[in-house]
Design a binder for this molecule. Structure first.
Ligand code: NCD
Ligand code: ZN
Length: 351
C-alpha cells in the first residue's frame, strides 16, 4: 500500500475565489496545492472587461502569501452584449485565458449570463479563430426541465448544435455530473472538447444531500446525481483519457447563506480537494493515472507549460479545518474537513 504519492505541481482548472476578505482567507488553501487556477468571473458585478480582469488579477496576486508562487488565469463572463473586440484584446494582451458561458439563471451570480447562444455567435467566431477556450456551465434553463435532467437536456439542446456550428471552437464542459456528459466527452476524438470533474461528484451521490435530514453543505450546481452517474464519472476520470481533468469548483459561501430558507449552491473544497481526488484514484486502483488528471491533461488542453516543482501527499489524517472564518464572526464549511480524509499534502518543492 503506497504511503506517499508525489506528482508534478497540479493546476485547478475551475475555481471561485470571490473577493476582499473571502479572497484573502480562501486563496492560501489553493496556493498550497496548486500552481495555477482558472479563476471564475462570477463576482458581483461580474468580470466582463479587460480592465476588470486585470484589476481582479492584481487583487488575487496581492493576496498570495509571501514567498509562495501562484498564477491566476483569468476568464471573461460572457453576456448577450459582450463585444468580440474586448474578448480578442483581452486574449491578445494575455489577460483573458478563456471565456465563461453561464446560461442566464443557471447558477450563483449567473443573472447577467447568456439568454440564448445565438446572441453571442460573433464572440464565438472570434474565439474559434483565436483558439480561445469557451468554458460552459452545461445546464438547461428551459422552464419545466427536471433539476436532475438539466445537464443531459443541455447536451442535446445546446451543446451539440453549438459544437456543430463552431467545429473548431475549443470547449470545456465544466463540472460534469452525468453519465451522458461523461460518455459524450469521452466519445469525442477531436481533442477540442474536454471536461472538468469536481471532487464532490466523484465521492458523493445525491443521497448525501438527504442523509438524516437536509444537508445544505452538499448542495452545489449542477446538483449531485444518482450513483450510476457517480460511477461513470469515476470511470472516465481514472481512465487515463486526456479529455478529463481536475477542476474543483471550490465555491465558498458563508454558513448563513447556505443554512437558509433558500440556500446558496456551492461547496468549498480548496483545503482538501487534492487529497479528496487522490482518495478516489486510490479506491479505483489508479494511482498511476492521478498525475495526468491533476497536472497534465488540463494544462495541455490550455496550451500551458508544465508547472515547476512537485507536491507530495502522505497517508495520514488530514487535519484541514472543518470550517474557516473570513472574519465578522462568519464561517465557511470545508468539504470533508475535520479529519474525514486520510491523505494530506505534506510537502511542496519549488523545482
Ligand atoms: C458556484 C458559485 O457559488 O459561484 N456554485 C456552484 O454550486 N458550483 C457557481 C457555479 O459554478 O455553478
Ligand atoms: Zn463553478
Amino acid at each position: 500500500m503506497a504511503q506517499s504519492v508525489t506528482i508534478r505541481r497540479p493546476d485547478d482548472m475551475h475555481l471561485h475565489l470571490r473577493d476582499e476578505n473571502t479572497l484573502r482567507t480562501v486563496l492560501p488553501y489553493t496556493v498550497r496545492q496548486f500552481g495555477r487556477a482558472i479563476v471564475m468571473p462570477n463576482l458581483k458585478p461580474p468580470v466582463t472587461t479587460v480592465a476588470a480582469a486585470r484589476a481582479y488579477r492584481e487583487r488575487i496576486l496581492a493576496a498570495v502569501p509571501a514567498g509562495a508562487s501562484f498564477e491566476p488565469l483569468m476568464t471573461a463572463y460572457l453576456c448577450d452584449n459582450t463585444d468580440p473586440e474586448e474578448i480578442s484584446r483581452g486574449f491578445n494582451e494575455r489577460v483573458f485565458t478563456a471565456v465563461k458561458l453561464y446560461p442566464a439563471g443557471a447558477t450563483t451570480h449567473s443573472e447577467y449570463g447568456v439568454t440564448c447562444t445565438s446572441k453571442v455567435e460573433k464572440v464565438l467566431d472570434v474565439m474559434q479563430e483565436l483558439g480561445m477556450p469557451l468554458l460552459i456551465h452545461g445546464e438547461s434553463t428551459e422552464a419545466g426541465v427536471d433539476v436532475f435532467d438539466k445537464e443531459a437536456v443541455f447536451l442535446d439542446d445546446v451543446l451539440k448544435p453549438l459544437l456543430e456550428k463552431f467545429p473548431a471552437l475549443k470547449v470545456v464542459l465544466e463540472h460534469i455530473t452525468t453519465e451522458q456528459a461523461a460518455d459524450f466527452v469521452d466519445a469525442d476524438r477531436s481533442g477540442r472538447l474536454a471536461a472538468t470533474i469536481t471532487p464532490q461528484h466523484l465521492l458523493l451521490n445525491r443521497n448525501a444531500m438527504f442523509t438524516g435530514g437536509l444537508r445544505p453543505h452538499y448542495y452545489c450546481l449542477p446538483v449531485l446525481k444518482r450513483e450510476q452517474h457517480r460511477l461513470a464519472l469515476r470511470r472516465v476520470a481514472t481512465s487515463g483519457s486526456s479529455s478529463f481533468f481536475l477542476g474543483t469548483d471550490s465555491a465558498p459561501h458563508e454558513r448563513g447563506a447556505k443554512e437558509a430558507a433558500c440556500g446558496c449552491a456551492g461547496i468549498f473544497s480548496a483545503p482538501t480537494a487534492l487529497e479528496a481526488y487522490l482518495t478516489v484514484f486510490e479506491q479505483e486502483n489508479a494511482l498511476d493515472r492521478f498525475e495526468a488528471f491533476a497536472s497534465e491533461n488540463g494544462r495541455r488542453f490550455y496550451g500551458l507549460p508544465p508547472n515547476e516543482g512537485t507536491v507530495t501527499l502522505t497517508r495520514e489524517r488530514n487535519d484541514a479545518p472543518r470550517s474557516i472564518s473570513p472574519g465578522d464572526n462568519k464561517s465557511i464549511e470545508t468539504f470533508m474537513g475535520g479529519g474525514e480524509l486520510s491523505w494530506r499534502v505534506s510537502e511542496e518543492r519549488a523545482s
